[in-house]
Design a protein around this ligand. Structure first.
Ligand SMILES: [Zn+2]
Ligand SMILES: [Zn+2]
Length: 389
């Protein structure tokens, strides 16, 4: 170390103790490893700490001014680098956290949220339903009412920390005393000790219990929707407030309808003749599932007529507005019906005769069956219409 200690701190040779202190504080703010991650800054901080160690001590400073060895051995060499920036600022220059700490922590803490899965039918998801659920969570211990102490006893102040929940650790250094606060080990930071814990809950203040809850599933939920029940989750330690319970919905597959968002999709199979001549088919509604059994309901439409126009092609889609699933925020999706035209597979002689006659009239006995690029044929156009829907 050849550099002049006064130069290192950036002070005059006749600077007083206060000026030396101020200079060190300014440089510590700039070079302490906690505030400056640069490795060069770390070296620099060790040097200025060493300089301060000498110049802040009247005897060492006098020895240095006379040209002697100011360190008198290596003890305490550059100690400043071993403390955190906050420690130095607090202990040496006075800081907010040097005196009081955070105080004892509460035994009461908020409980955790709980999550359960619930499978519902498509109609239940669409129109809402009330369900009874068995819920297994921590509840408040009724023996100690959450306090954790055996009946007739109470928590007492911790003798180690006198109720503060923290104990001070003092380290001596050239900077003076550096005082840090740590959680009290005797009371784990609570500031109190339960001498006789409740036997029911082992002092935790809560026990596990199975309850039955009635929950209301709103109309319009879908797989993955989470219904929140405030305060129905796990009770916290020490009688702390309960977390929330989340019910995650899983919608079971339906025999007739598949759900795409709020729209329902279904397929209707029609004989070739019906597709050509046009017809009316009766479809079940999703509401029909709700009526199921018990009391008959006249306010609900259990079926709906679908008019199939003459000449309907296989793959054609018909949309029934407002026959889908109600949205969580109002509105209602559509029912999308895809028509599949079935070609007859087994013809008796009379049927075959009629079809051959029809083919002759329509001049379709020898259709060209010409190959076309997809998109040009009737099928292609329908497919395009379907895909861009
Ligand atoms: Zn208890
Ligand atoms: Zn304590």
């Amino acid at each position: 170390m050849s550099q002049d200690l006064y130069e290192l701190l950036g002070v005059d040779r006749d600077a007083d103790a206060d000026a030396v202190k101020k200079a060190y504080r300014r440089l510590a703010r700039k070079y302490h490893p906690d505030v400056n991650p640069d490795p060069d800054a770390q070296e620099r901080f060790k040097e200025i700490s060493r300089a301060y160690e000498v110049l802040s001590d009247p005897q060492k400073r006098a020895a240095y001014d006379r040209g002697g060895d100011p360190f008198g051995g290596a003890a305490g060499f550059g100690q400043g680098a071993g403390f955190s920036f906050t420690d130095i600022m607090d202990a040496f220059f006075g800081g907010a956290s040097a005196g009081g700490g955070r105080g004892p922590r509460s035994r009461q803490r908020r409980g955790q949220d709980a999550l359960i899965r619930l499978e519902v039918d498509l109609a239940e998801a669409a129109f809402g339903v009330s369900r009874e659920l068995k819920v297994d969570t921590a509840v408040m211990c009724s023996t100690c009412h959450g306090e954790g102490a055996a009946p007739g006893t109470h928590a007492v102040p911790c003798e180690t920390c006198h109720g503060a929940g923290e104990v001070a650790h003092v380290q001596r250094s050239f900077l003076g005393e550096i005082r840090t606060l740590r959680p009290c080990a005797a009371c784990r930071g609570f500031g109190t000790i339960i001498p006789d814990p409740c036997r029911e809950c082992s002092g935790d203040g809560r026990v596990r219990s199975r309850r039955t809850l009635t929950i209301k599933i709103p109309a319009g939920v879908d797989t993955g929707t989470r219904v929140q029940l405030s305060g129905e989750g796990e009770v916290g330690p020490g009688g702390g407030p309960a977390g929330d319970l989340y019910v995650e919905i899983h919608v079971a597959p339906h025999d007739v309808f598949t759900r795409h968002g709020n729209d329902l999709h279904t397929t209707v199979t029609l004989p070739m003749t019906a597709a050509a001549l046009g017809t009316t088919v009766t479809l079940p509604t999703l509401e029909a599932d709700v009526v199921d059994g018990e009391e008959p309901r006249t306010d609900v439409e259990t079926s709906i007529d679908l008019d199939v126009r003459p000449g309907t092609q296989s793959g054609a889609e018909q949309v029934l507005r407002g026959r889908g699933v109600p949205g969580l925020r109002g509105g209602r999706g559509d029912l999308v019906v895809t028509v599949v035209v079935e070609t007859p597979t087994r013809l008796d002689p009379r049927q075959e005769e009629l079809l051959r006659e029809l083919a002759a009239i329509r001049d379709e006995e020898k259709p060209s069956g010409q190959a076309q690029p997809s998109g040009k044929s009737v099928f292609g156009r329908l497919r395009d219409a379907f895909n861009t829907h």
